[in-house]
Design a protein around this ligand. Structure first.
Ligand code: AP5
Ligand code: MG
Ligand code: ZN
Length: 214
């Protein structure tokens, strides 16, 4: 099963993608997590990506697309994957489609997690992220068992550099201008599914499972 998660920054794409990956035994592939891991490890890719991410802008399509298209050819992607944060522009979506065509494959579902902008800023300030395994927490809505420690891998949790209110506003603008058009793109392909992302995390997940099937 090949799934794309769509939605504004902070809509809960990562939170849901993690659970989808576990339930359906497919890898969770987040371009944002890949960039953050590269920044943490001080790679050239990380240095380049950081310039854009810290300003709330998108990393250029060439960098992102090459990385993703390589990743989905890995052996663990044989039975599908859940893409979180990719594609984010129409050119990225077109590149992905071309790559999939070449492999004789297609996207099964594009799940749009809908959350209005007003809710987003409040969520971001309480978010804590694990840069080692990509797990995401919220100090109020989804707290870790031990304060500031990742349940999954035991690493220290951090506030992401791009979660300052000013940067979040910029990311929302970029989302509306560049990523929202993908909703029409995948509607036309007949694979779009909408879920109400303002509900509790578990309810959002059960709505998604109802769409994807047990
Ligand atoms: P990325 O890491 O993808 O960030 P994003 O899209 O801005 O989304 P977030 O990760 O901030 O939010 P999310 O939807 O995953 O929400 P989460 O589950 O954490 O990208 C970061 C940057 O990398 C981009 O700005 C760009 O520069 C670059 N980049 C990445 N991909 C790129 C690409 N393809 N092309 C170009 N550049 C790219 O949830 C948010 C918070 O809310 C958490 O605290 C969570 O616990 C909480 N929460 C979740 N669900 C609920 C709920 N139902 N109720 C209450 N709280 C909830
Ligand atoms: Mg995320
Ligand atoms: Zn972790």
């Amino acid at each position: 099963m090949k799934i794309i998660m769509l939605g504004a920054p902070g809509a809960g794409k990562g939170t849901q993608a993690k659970q989808i990956a576990e339930k359906y035994h497919i890898p969770h592939i987040s371009t944002g997590d890949i960039f953050r891991a590269n920044i943490k490890n001080g790679t050239e890719l990380g240095k380049e990506a950081k310039k854009y991410m810290d300003q709330g802008m998108l990393v250029p399509d060439e960098l992102t697309t090459n990385l993703l298209v390589d990743r989905i050819k890995d052996a663990d992607c044989e039975n599908g994957y859940v893409l979180d944060g990719f594609p984010r522009t129409i050119p990225q979506a077109e590149c992905l489609d071309r790559a999939l065509e070449g492999l004789g494959e297609k996207i099964d579902f594009a799940v749009n997690v809908e959350v209005p902008d007003e809710n987003i800023i409040r969520r971001m300030s309480g978010r804590r992220a694990c840069l080692s395994c990509g797990a995401t927490y919220h100090i109020q809505y989804n707290p870790p068992k031990a304060e500031n420690v990742c349940d999954a891998c035991g690493s220290q949790l951090v506030l992401r550099d791009d979660d300052k209110a000013e940067t979040v506003k910029k990311r929302l603008d970029v989302y509306h201008a560049q990523t929202q058009p993908l909703i029409d793109y995948y509607t036309e392909k007949g694979v779009l599914a909408q879920v109400d992302g303002t509900q509790e995390i578990d309810k959002v997940f059960s709505d998604i499972v109802a769409i994807l099937g047990e």
